[in-house]
Design a binder for this molecule. Structure first.
Ligand SMILES: NC(=O)c1ccc[n+]([C@@H]2O[C@H](COP(=O)([O-])OP(=O)(O)OC[C@H]3O[C@@H](n4cnc5c(N)ncnc54)[C@H](O)[C@@H]3O)[C@@H](O)[C@H]2O)c1
Length: 267
C-alpha cells in the first residue's frame, strides 16, 4: 500500500484539546495539512482563532472552540457542536496539560525549596490534577459515545516521559498525573477494544514550547543522549501514525518520542 493511503487522515473529524499552542498545534497541523477536519478546543480563544486561521491558509479545514476543559458541561457542549458542524468524530487528541511549578532540584542540582515536597501548596496539586487528569478523563468520557456511534475511533493522550522517569526539574504533581494517564490509556484500551476504539499515549520528552523553562531545558539537555530539545514538527510523524489506519493493530501503547531520554546518557 502507498504511504499516502496507509497514513491517510483525509476527511477525518479530529478534535485537539489544547490545540492553540505547542504540541497540540503540531498535532493539529499534522492533521490539517493532510486533509483532516480539525477542531481546536482551548482556553485561549484568541490563540485558537489565530492558529485555526494559520492552519486554514494551508488548505486545512480548521475550526476552534473556546472552553475550559475542567468544565464538564462546557466539554459536553463543545463535542455536541463538533457533531453538529462535522457530523462525526473520528479522532481525539487529549493533549492539554499544565506544568506543576518547579521541581525539587534547581539548575545547579541543589534542592529547590519551592519544589520541595514539604512546601508544595495543595491548591497547586489540585489544579494540576484537575487539568491533566480529570479534564483528560472528562474529554475522553464525552467523546466515546460519538466514536461508538461512528463504529470506532482513536484516542491519543499526551502523557510525558516524566510519567516513567523522575524529572527533578519538574514539579512532582506533573509526573504523578502523567503516570495516572498511562494507566487510564491501558485500561481504556482494553475496555474499548471491542468497540473498535484504539487508545494510545504519546510520551514526549523535551519539546520547545512555552512550558519549557530554561531550568527544564538545561536539565533536559544534560540528560538527553541527543543533547537537545525537539522542535514541534518532529512529533508530526507519530501523530499521523496513531491517527491513521497505519496503527490499526496498536492499542494501549505508551510511545516515547524523546531523543533517547528514557534510556539515559552514557557517562
Ligand atoms: N513541552 C514539552 O516538552 C512537553 C513534554 C512532555 C509532555 N508535554 C505535554 O504536552 C501537552 C501540551 O504541552 P505544551 O508544551 O504544548 O503546552 P502549551 O502550554 O504550549 O499548550 C497547552 C495548551 O493547552 C491549553 N490549556 C491549558 N489548560 C486548559 C484548560 N483548562 N482548558 C482548555 N485549554 C487549556 C492552553 O491554553 C494551551 O494552548 C501537555 O499535556 C504537556 O504536559 C509537553
Amino acid at each position: 500500500m502507498k504511504a499516502t493511503e496507509l497514513f491517510s487522515v483525509r476527511d477525518l473529524s479530529v478534535v485537539v484539546t489544547g490545540g492553540a499552542n505547542g504540541l497540540g498545534s503540531a498535532f493539529a497541523r499534522a492533521m490539517a495539512d493532510n486533509g483532516a477536519q480539525v477542531t481546536l478546543f482551548d482556553l485561549d480563544g484568541e490563540a485558537a482563532a489565530a492558529k485555526a486561521n494559520e492552519l486554514g491558509r494551508n488548505g486545512g479545514a480548521t475550526d476552534w472552540l473556546q472552553l475550559d476543559l475542567t468544565n464538564k458541561a462546557a466539554l459536553a457542549a463543545a463535542f455536541a457542536t463538533v457533531m453538529k458542524r462535522r457530523g462525526k468524530l473520528d479522532v481525539l487528541f487529549a493533549n492539554a496539560g499544565i506544568v506543576a511549578g518547579p521541581g525539587f532540584l534547581n539548575g545547579d542540582w541543589q534542592r529547590a525549596p519551592a519544589g520541595a515536597i514539604e512546601n508544595i501548596p495543595l491548591d497547586l496539586w489540585r489544579q494540576v490534577q484537575n487539568v491533566n487528569l480529570k479534564a483528560t478523563f472528562s474529554a475522553i468520557q464525552a467523546s466515546v459515545p460519538y466514536m461508538k456511534q461512528n463504529g470506532g475511533g482513536r484516542i491519543i493522550v499526551t502523557s510525558s516521559t516524566a510519567s516513567l522517569r523522575v524529572s527533578p526539574a519538574v514539579g512532582v504533581a506533573y509526573g504523578v498525573t502523567k503516570a495516572g494517564l498511562n494507566q487510564l490509556v491501558r485500561q481504556l484500551a482494553v475496555e474499548l477494544a471491542s468497540l473498535n476504539i484504539r487508545v494510545n499515549a504519546i510520551l514526549p520528552g523535551p519539546f520547545q514550547t512555552r512550558i519549557t523553562t530554561p531550568e527544564m531545558q538545561a536539565a533536559f539537555n544534560r540528560a538527553s543522549p541527543v543533547g537537545r530539545a525537539a522542535e514541534l514538527h518532529e512529533i508530526e510523524g507519530l501523530a499521523l501514525l496513531l491517527a491513521s489506519n497505519a496503527s490499526n493493530f496498536m492499542t494501549g501503547g505508551l510511545y516515547p518520542i524523546d531523543g533517547g531520554l528514557l534510556l539515559g546518557k552514557v557517562d
